[in-house]
Unconditional design. Structure first.
Length: 108
C-alpha cells in the first residue's frame, strides 16, 4: 500500500497556515471568545476530574476519621497557656520618640 501525497492539498494547507494570522487579526473578537470558551471547557474538565469525582472515591468511613488523643490535647493547651503567660508578663519597655524635637537643655 503506497501512500500518495496530494501536492495540491499540501499547498492549500500551507497557504491556510500562512493566512491564519491575518484571519485571526480580522476576527479578533470571535477568536478571543472561542479561546476563552475553550479555556473554560478545559478547566471544567480538569475540575470535574480532579476535584468533583474525588469525593466519590474517597468517602471517609467512621473508622477512618481522626481521633483526638486527650494527653496530646492537654499538652497543646498547656503550651498555649505558657506562651500566653509569657506574652502577658513580658516587660513593656518604653522607647523614646525620635521624631519629637529635642528639648534644649540650655534654656533651663
Amino acid at each position: 500500500m503506497k501512500f500518495k501525497i496530494n501536492k495540491q492539498k499540501v499547498k492549500k494547507g500551507i497557504l491556510f497556515l500562512k493566512n491564519l494570522p491575518w484571519l485571526i487579526g480580522e476576527n479578533a473578537f470571535l477568536f478571543f471568545v472561542i479561546m476563552i470558551s475553550i479555556a473554560i471547557l478545559i478547566s471544567a474538565i480538569f475540575f470535574v476530574r480532579y476535584v468533583a469525582l474525588i469525593d466519590r472515591y474517597n468517602k471517609a468511613s467512621p473508622s477512618q476519621l481522626p481521633t483526638l488523643n486527650e494527653e496530646t490535647l492537654k499538652d497543646i493547651l498547656e503550651t498555649w497557656q505558657q506562651r500566653q503567660n509569657r506574652l502577658d508578663n513580658a516587660d513593656n519597655k518604653a522607647y523614646p520618640n525620635f521624631f519629637l524635637p529635642k528639648e534644649n537643655s540650655l534654656e533651663n
